[in-house]
Design a protein around this ligand. Structure first.
Ligand SMILES: Nc1nc2c(c(=O)[nH]1)N[C@H]1C(S)=C(S)[C@@H](COP(=O)(O)O)O[C@H]1N2
Ligand SMILES: [Mo]
Length: 255
């Protein structure tokens, strides 16, 4: 696979680089409390999410200059899915890989990596914050998730987007989910390149989510299927993500 960033992709990133910084999580949280926003999800995540919406659904995560990129961007969580199917795809350079988008959509579809890379791209340099206490600044290039949703056409009842991954922990598949406004946020992309090179397997090849206003565990790697749903109740243990189900991490992991 040859990665050739489009001029347009890098230009888009450069233009956004001058955008004002978003408020910190604490500022956002304070705003929500002072306005008495109710917490429908029963967690701090619900508050942060509503506060972010008060600030505007399109409030951008900070973006950085190339000179600010971290010399080392560590990997975390799974770094190689154990399934034979994934390993066969990786062995073939992901030529046989494809992404499924289905669920509550008018036009379920399947896209090869070549098709995804031919779509309009966006490049952004952002900071990844892991809940375990480390951060790194990296550059991501991918297709805006909103673009894929437009291709598939969510039905009126659609509310969430679920990302099904190729890896698992002790047999429980990794998955994550976001709501439709977050899915259509301009910085929400499915990335196939990192720091100007094809995404490495350790970082989620061939395709991983970047949802830049949220913590590391939301950034699903090894995405195989994007499922549009009305409710998260029937997915995994129902809390919207692997770590949410396993140890109660907030579903809305606002930074
Ligand atoms: N499929 C999958 N996605 C995942 C994980 C994982 O184990 N499996 N770990 C998460 C966590 S906790 C973090 S911090 C980031 C790490 O991304 P990186 O390996 O590219 O640094 O991926 C997230 N997405
Ligand atoms: Mo993390």
């Amino acid at each position: 696979m040859v990665f050739r960033p489009t001029r347009r992709g890098f230009l888009t990133g450069a233009l956004v680089g001058g955008a004002p910084l978003a408020l910190t999580g604490c500022d956002v949280f304070g705003l929500a409390q002072s306005q008495g926003v109710s917490d429908a999800l029963g967690s701090a995540g619900g508050l942060a999410r509503r506060a972010q919406r008060l600030l505007g659904a399109d409030a951008l995560a900070p973006e950085f200059e190339a000179a600010e990129m971290s010399p080392v961007f560590r990997t975390n969580g799974n770094t190689m899915p154990s399934s034979a199917a994934y390993q066969a795809l990786a062995g073939g350079g992901f030529a046989g890989w494809s992404l499924v988008i289905d669920g509550l959509v008018e036009r379920p579809a399947r896209f090869s990596l070549t098709e995804i890379m031919a779509m309009p791209s966006r490049t952004q340099i952002t900071r990844h914050d892991c809940v375990e206490g480390w951060s790194a600044i990296g550059q991501w290039t991918g297709v805006p998730l909103g673009r894929l949703l437009d291709e598939a056409g969510p039905r009126p009842a659609a509310r969430y987007v679920v990302f099904h991954c190729a890896d698992d922990f002790d047999g429980s598949p990794y998955y994550e989910s976001i709501d439709l406004p977050e899915a259509r946020h301009p910085q929400t992309i499915l990335a196939y390149a990192m720091n100007g090179a094809p995404l490495a397997i350790g970082h989620g090849a061939p395709l991983r989510l970047r949802v830049e206003r949220q913590l590391g565990y939301k950034q699903a790697k090894y995405v195989m299927r994007v499922e549009v749903v009305a409710s998260l109740a029937g997915i995994g243990a129902g809390k919207g993500g692997y770590w949410e189900d396993a140890i109660g991490y907030d579903w809305y992991a606002g930074i």
